[in-house]
Design a protein around this ligand. Structure first.
Ligand code: FAD
Length: 455
């Protein structure tokens, strides 16, 4: 049955059409998060954008649901049945250095853009990990290491090409399709598959920044000092802090292996002297095990957060905070600080504010702008920890509940299927629901994270 279905699709697809047990099935369905198993009926590995159009039309004719995967970094809701469109081979990238813009296809990852833009002294608003896909990240807002200075990545989008559930192709700009332009920037999926994205690059060749790693025993002093210091920074200064529990493995730098450490990230957009002045008070709080803060070419931006690049089984969760007072630091230390044996590789606080607080350009659907901090925890999930890791993540969120807004950033919402998605205000959610109803009345894109709390 499935084989016959796939055979009927093959003539219209230039790429690959796969069914379970085909040789490349595992490759085409797996991604960064090894804890999520994608189980579609058919995978279309698109060779160009027209394959996406044909696959969507085919799924519509057959009444099959549709999922999309570029890298698997955000595969929070696994695909079950239907057609999974794998966009990982759609890696076309055009850079216009004179206009300071880039155009990417659906499978481009951030490092490709960074490497192409760097020779022109330009930089994109990528996230902490540069192996994440540009499109999935940007549709969810995109909160990166320079966000307090330049805002969400979604704010800098100029044009999208979208394939809706009926197989129609939409050129989406502020002028041509203002409602879709609003909803796609921050509303994250459910409206169709984006096959092209145009966005602005920032004029930046170097930054002053990197990481300060402190001993876990210094966590109370460093976190309390960081809290006060971070509240006084200019909008040119970006920081975040994480309690790290990295494995005792050869790939991990020796001072960080198999123990609790504190990772303070810093990125200053401006002259190194001012950056150094802003950093100085927190640098003096304790002796760093490793200090990588320096003038650095933007092409090395991944070294600020040092996110893992190889696939892992992970479970993550988050919450937005209105404030991060001293009592919240203590609450965080109680569940994830020294003396706790928890399987959280990262328990992180990222200040928001600055350019994140207001849309840069035309209004869009990015939710959570009003929050002051994003709190995020991620743990590994090998079989013995399938219950322990979520329990530790939920304890992290519960500990911070007194200061929580009640919402999350959709890109950080994570894997906790017990918590309804609440990433938009009521008015934004209603407008997104209406757009979804208009463009996907059958709910073909049902694997995307739902806009509505009620679904
Ligand atoms: C290590 C790591 C670091 C991260 N750092 C940050 C960060 O700093 N800031 C931040 O904001 N987020 C961050 N994220 C979250 C990340 O931005 C989201 O998970 C994002 O959805 C990943 O997109 P992807 O295409 O790489 O992943 P995929 O799993 O391939 O896609 C995730 C989802 O994005 C949607 N999507 C992907 N492609 C398309 C398309 N062409 N059309 C329509 N919808 C599409 C789909 O709903 C899909 O299910 C991080 C995630 C990880 C794992």
């Amino acid at each position: 049955m499935l084989v016959a279905l796939a055979d009927s699709l093959r003539p219209s697809i230039a790429g690959r059409v796969l069914v379970p047990n085909d040789a490349d099935w595992a490759d085409a369905t797996s991604g960064f998060n090894l804890a999520v198993t994608q189980q579609p009926d058919i995978v279309v590995v698109a060779a160009h954008a027209e394959d996406v159009v044909q696959a969507v039309r085919f799924a519509g004719e057959q009444g099959l649901p549709i999922g999309v995967q570029a890298t698997g970094h955000g595969a929070a809701v696994p695909v079950e049945g239907g057609v999974l469109i794998n966009t990982s081979r759609l890696t076309d990238l055009d850079l216009d250095p004179d206009r300071g813009t880039a155009r990417v296809a659906a499978g481009v990852r951030w490092q490709q853009v960074i490497d192409a833009a760097a020779p022109h002294g330009l930089a994109p608003l990528n996230g902490s990990s540069t192996t994440v896909g540009v499109v999935g990240y940007t549709l969810g807002g995109g909160f990166g290491p320079m966000a307090r200075t330049f805002g969400f990545a979604a704010d800098r989008v100029r044009r999208l090409r979208l394939v809706t559930a009926d197989g129609a192709v939409h050129e989406v700009t502020a002028e041509s399709e203002p409602d879709l332009f609003w909803g796609l920037r921050g509303g994250k999926c459910q409206l169709g598959i984006v096959t092209e994205l145009d966005f602005e690059l920032m004029p930046l060749a170097h930054y002053y920044g990197g990481g300060l790693f402190f001993d876990g025993e210094d966590a109370p002093a460093v976190l309390h000092a960081w809290r006060e210091w971070a509240g006084q920074l200019s909008d040119r200064a970006n920081t975040s802090i994480a309690l790290l529990r990295l494995p005792d493995l050869p790939g991990v730098p020796e001072p960080l292996r198999g123990r609790l450490t504190v990772h303070l990230r810093f990125l200053y957009v401006g002259g190194p002297e001012e950056g150094e002045r802003e950093l100085a008070p927190i640098r003096a709080v304790a002796a760093a095990l490793i200090d990588t803060v320096a003038v650095t070419p933007y092409s090395a931006i991944a070294s600020v957060h040092c996110d893992p690049t190889d696939p892992l089984p992970v479970w993550d969760t988050s919450c937005l905070l209105t404030e991060f007072p001293a009592a919240a630091v203590d609450a965080l230390l109680d569940v994830a600080g020294p003396g706790n044996d928890v399987p959280l590789i990262v328990a992180e606080i990222r200040p928001m504010g600055g350019a994140l607080a207001t849309a840069q350009g035309t209004d869009n659907a990015v939710g959570g702008r009003e929050a002051a901090f994003n709190a995020y925890a991620v743990g590994v999930l090998p079989p013995p920890l399938v219950d322990v890791t979520p329990a530790a993540g939920r304890a992290f969120v519960d500990a911070l509940a007194p200061w929580a807004t009640g919402g999350t950033l959709i890109n950080f919402h994570g894997c906790d299927t017990r918590r309804p998605v609440d990433a938009w205000s009521g008015a934004t959610r209603e407008r997104l629901d209406a757009l979804h109803q208009q463009h996907d009345p059958q709910g073909s894109f049902r694997f995307a994270q739902p806009h509505s709390r009620r679904r």
